[in-house]
Design a protein around this ligand. Structure first.
Ligand code: CU
Length: 296
């Protein structure tokens, strides 16, 4: 080998090394970060389980997960769920795209990594190592904890739909109704009905957006929103009256039912909460008592 060939060889090696290291920076695996990974715990007789996680891509190009391997199962496949004839069915996919500057969630009922024929008892294994391979040949390894996912996904999906409304305080449901979306509003009416909060008049008037006597206070809130001001007073045992001030009207409720509506104009005062005492009338007949004194 003469000096020239030696130099050329060295230069080539150098070039290879530098191009390798610059490649390193743009490797798919370095742009990917993974969080919340777990493998579903299954009984030792189960033929398969699945791994879930969130993959984030910090680079400006789409990255494709193309393959996964693990010592914990014979075969690993990339899967998704499709709805067919109203049923969720699993399908193998050739890759999973992690969008540029974005992320993708592998979750029960959606995309997942299927671990077919586990080689270990997953009720005893705590951590599963999975190697994820990307389109450019780079790879990364994750350690996913084994977690028991007790509820079937359909049940948990159903449970997740309603709890906000089921748990909400009645007053909040009444007050928030007017700002809710249309499909939410239907659910709120259903829930308030279930709690026996609404009168028949409410159901009619909510659609008409008017408040009349025999609407409930809840119905009034649903139609008009929260009042500008409220004043309540217990008049006597079991009689509780309130005045609700709205821009155009005062509404008086008694025991939670609208009993009166007064126009609110410049200079008007709210109606009194208690009815004035009846005037003492003069007795219609004057007579002389046995003692001789006039009575009335
Ligand atoms: Cu699957």
């Amino acid at each position: 080998m003469n000096i020239l060939t030696k130099l050329v060889t060295l230069a080539l090696i150098n070039l290879l090394l530098t191009s390798c290291s610059s490649n390193n920076d743009s490797k798919d695996s370095t742009a990917i970060s993974i969080k919340d990974s777990f493998v579903r715990e299954v009984p030792s007789v189960a033929m398969a389980t699945a791994a879930f996680m969130t993959l984030s891509n910090s680079s400006a190009k789409d990255i494709y997960l193309v393959k996964a391997t693990s010592a914990t199962a014979k075969t690993l496949e990339l899967h998704t769920h499709n709805k067919e004839h109203g049923m969720l069915k699993m399908r193998q996919v050739k890759d999973i795209k992690i969008p540029a500057k974005g992320s993708i969630q592998l979750k029960p009922g959606g995309l997942h990594i299927m671990l077919i024929e586990p080689t270990q008892d997953l009720t005893k294994t705590k951590i599963v190592s999975i190697k994820l391979m990307f389109k450019d040949g780079s790879s990364t390894e994750i350690n996913a904890p084994v977690k028991s996912v007790k509820k079937p996904m359909q049940m948990s999906a159903k449970k997740n739909q309603q709890p906000a409304i089921k748990k909400a305080k009645t007053l909040d449901l009444c007050v928030n109704y007017s700002n809710a979306k249309e499909d939410e509003q239907e659910k709120i009416i259903k829930e308030l009905n279930y709690r026996n909060q609404l009168s028949e008049k409410d159901i009619q008037n909510i659609k008409k957006s008017i408040v009349e006597t025999s609407n409930t206070m809840c119905g009034m809130y649903m139609i008009l929103g929260k009042p500008l001001q409220e004043k309540s007073k217990q008049l006597r045992p079991m009689v509780f009256k309130s005045i609700h001030v709205y821009p155009d009207n005062y509404y008086v409720t008694q025991m939670g039912i609208v009993v009166a509506k007064h126009e609110r104009k410049e200079g008007s005062t709210p109606p009194p909460l208690s009815v004035e005492k009846p005037l003492v009338m003069e007795a219609p007949v004057k007579f002389i008592a046995p003692g001789g004194r006039p009575m009335h």
